[in-house]
Write a protein that binds this ligand. Structure first.
Ligand SMILES: N#Cc1c(-c2ccc3ccn(Cc4ccccn4)c3c2)n[nH]c1N
Length: 252
């Protein structure tokens, strides 16, 4: 998979070259390019923003610079035979975007080329998104109901969420299958985890986990997931499939 990130703070994306993701890049599972948006400015001040039309606080990122950057990163070479190059998907983090969810992460993990546009200030001139949408799929997504200073932190979250789903990135590929929000858990939160010692600061591991009875352990873990989700994310319990409602009622 190819990932391109365009930003005015390239150093902010260094974590993508560290730890598990860094190993995936080193091993060639991910082909990562981080680009400084200012490389496409032509003025002495390397300006990337301007005052908003219609007034209002803050500044808006200029369309010309973004247009040239995206043209360079996602070239629409004339005469390209359709299907010869994977068409990139442009992802634009914004507080006004659709929620980024595990389902989005699964979709992005199946893409061949993702381009991330990291805005700053009050965001990017809308015409940049509209123009890009004329030649590639564009997603405006939000990583949560709060406002960050720019898109870079959101890109780190999004890339980590889908890259861990790529074959070969996680040491144990089965662990992602049992994650919170996974299909295996019917979208529920996962329950509590424990490891040695059996007693720590007079707190004991639940007896069932020491029983060796896998059926009982599975049932306990499912009940814990239902109870935890009911208390922390009741909206997820409401989405349970029909065939999981009986056990929901039993557990709750
Ligand atoms: N994803 C996501 C985001 C963001 C986000 C993403 C990109 C930018 C580019 C600029 N800003 C600051 C800003 C301030 C005021 C109004 C608009 N934008 C961003 C914020 N905030 N919260 C999320 N869940």
């Amino acid at each position: 998979m190819r990932i391109d990130v365009i930003t005015i703070f390239p150093e902010y994306l260094q974590p993508l070259r560290a730890a598990l993701l860094g190993k995936a890049v080193e091993r060639g599972l991910i082909n990562l390019g981080v680009h400084d948006l200012r490389d496409w400015t032509h003025d002495v001040h390397r300006a990337v923003d301007d005052a908003p039309y219609g007034g209002g606080p803050g500044m808006v990122m200029k369309p010309q610079v973004w247009g040239e950057a995206l043209d360079a990163v996602a070239p629409q070479a004339e005469g390209d035979e359709p299907g010869t190059k994977p068409r990139p998907r442009l992802v634009v983090p914004t507080p006004a975007g659709r929620p980024f969810t595990q389902r989005c992460a699964q979709e992005y993990a199946a893409e061949e080329h993702l381009i991330f546009a990291c805005g700053r200030y009050e965001g990017i001139d809308q015409r940049v998104i509209d123009d890009a949408a004329r030649r590639m799929p564009v997603d405006e997504v939000s990583v949560g109901d709060y406002v960050l200073v720019g898109g870079e932190a959101a890109v780190l979250v999004i890339v980590e969420a889908f890259a861990r789903l790529l074959p070969g990135v996680l040491g144990n590929p089965t662990s992602a299958a049992q994650d919170s929000f996974s299909t295996a858990l019917d979208g529920l939160l996962e329950g509590p985890s424990y490891t040695r010692p059996e007693v720590w600061r007079d707190l004991s591991v639940p007896e069932v986990l020491l029983s060796g009875n896998h059926a009982l352990v599975d049932r306990w873990r499912r009940d814990q997931a239902l109870v935890r989700t009911f208390h922390r994310r009741p909206d997820l319990v409401d989405r349970l499939p029909e065939d999981a409602l009986d056990e929901r009622d039993r557990a709750l």
